[in-house]
Design a protein around this ligand. Structure first.
Ligand code: AN7
Length: 360
């Protein structure tokens, strides 16, 4: 039997992670996701640009959360915890449920009722988590799980758990390992702000080990109706079509600001219309299907281009390398997808009718 040599992010980046030889590694072989060149987006931004898509939808539960969850669940197991708990807009719950199932731990997830994408709900239920829908939003759910985990014997696996950030920083390592250096810019969506925190930590660490000659400028994007960091105030009733980032009071708010300030980057907002435009463009012109929250990272690049943000860099640099995290797979939210495109054409089962409708 041929034994696969890729063993997940803990084995690949063990020396950068808070694990020991005694840690029982709980893995579904997450990470090692492709960095796909995007000719279309590069062309839209301009001649000097090379845009690469870090397609995190190809993780085992179809989002970037698996990188953090392998570390958080492995350490929960090592520390003899019997249950994990999280609040979630969907992807964290899917990932926690899968890794807990694998580890033989109980998993409890709190979700905002009626506000998570169908695929994510199916995952949490199939992996046999205890799924509790709150008549409130994500921020209410997060407040509850923070409270519960500090009073009951359950381990919190939201990104407030530093082990999650440790695992997620490996995406920045992979990018540097693939490109041979850090990109000029790194763009990603921002919800609870754990991921921007993790990438910035990963880039800084690899830079300190001289694996990169410079640090990237970080570009984070929130949805306009849920943009507390951009506006500088919590949103009581966050709104956006991108349910994954419908978060009004991000836990890692301060860390996101640090990433922005230290990297001399920006955190900006994109409208739902801009998000849907990028969502459809990625699928129809690059063949990459992502969930709406993920496309905020591309929508943001288009917005900054229009505003002339890149002009000074274009003057100064020969090449501008942008990496863009596409955080989750499009199949997570099939209901929204079919709402945003034309339905299939229906015809009688006759050759002529098919030829006619197919525009051959
Ligand atoms: C596809 O699952 O917060 O800024 O509870 O699912 O690290 O929160 C998901 C967040 C971006 C934002 N893209 O990342 C959850 C949750 C997708 C996401 C984000 C999320 P963070």
């Amino acid at each position: 039997m041929k034994i696969a040599n890729y063993q997940g992010v803990i084995e690949r980046y063990r020396r950068f992670l808070p694990v020991s030889k005694d840690t029982p590694v709980v893995t579904l072989l997450e990470g090692n996701t492709p960095l796909i060149f995007s000719p279309k987006i590069s062309e839209i931004l301009g001649e000097k640009f090379r845009v690469f898509l870090k397609y995190e939808g190809l993780n085992p539960t179809a989002s970037f959360k698996d990188r953090g969850m392998t570390v958080a669940v492995s350490l929960a197991k090592e520390e003899k915890q019997s249950a994990v708990i999280c609040a979630s807009t969907g992807n964290t719950s899917a990932s926690a449920a899968a890794y807990a199932a694998r580890a033989g731990l109980k998993c409890i997830v709190l979700i905002p009722q009626g506000a998570i994408a169908l695929g994510k709900l199916a995952q949490a239920l199939m992996h046999k988590a205890e799924v509790i829908a709150i008549k409130g939003n994500f921020d209410d759910a997060l407040r509850l799980v923070r409270d519960i985990s500090s009073h009951y014997p359950v381990r919190l696996v939201n990104s407030l758990n530093p082990h999650r950030i440790e695992g997620q920083k490996t995406a920045a390592f992979e990018i540097i390992d693939t490109l041979g250096d850090a990109p000029t810019f790194h763009s990603l969506p921002v919800g609870n702000a754990g991921n921007i925190t993790a990438y910035w930590k990963g880039y800084k660490e690899y830079y300190s080990y001289k694996k990169a000659s410079h640090l990237p400028v970080m570009l984070g994007f929130q949805a306009k109706g849920s943009s507390p960091i951009v506006e500088g105030r919590p949103f009581k009733k966050p709104k956006t079509i991108a349910t994954a980032i419908r978060i009004g009071n991000p836990a890692s708010w301060q860390k996101a600001l640090e990433a922005k300030e230290e990297s001399k980057g920006t955190i900006d907002a994109v409208t739902d219309r801009e998000i849907v435009y990028a969502y459809k463009l990625l699928a129809s012109q690059e063949g990459v299907f992502v969930e709406p929250a993920s496309s905020a990272s591309v929508a943001g690049l288009f917005k900054l281009k229009k505003e002339g943000y890149f002009k000074p860099f274009e003057k100064k640099l020969k090449r501008i390398i942008i990496t863009c995290t596409l955080t989750g797979h499009g199949l997570k939210d099939p209901q929204l997808a079919v709402k945003k495109v034309k339905p299939p054409k229906v015809v009688e089962p006759l050759l002529e009718a098919v030829i006619n409708k197919a525009n051959i």
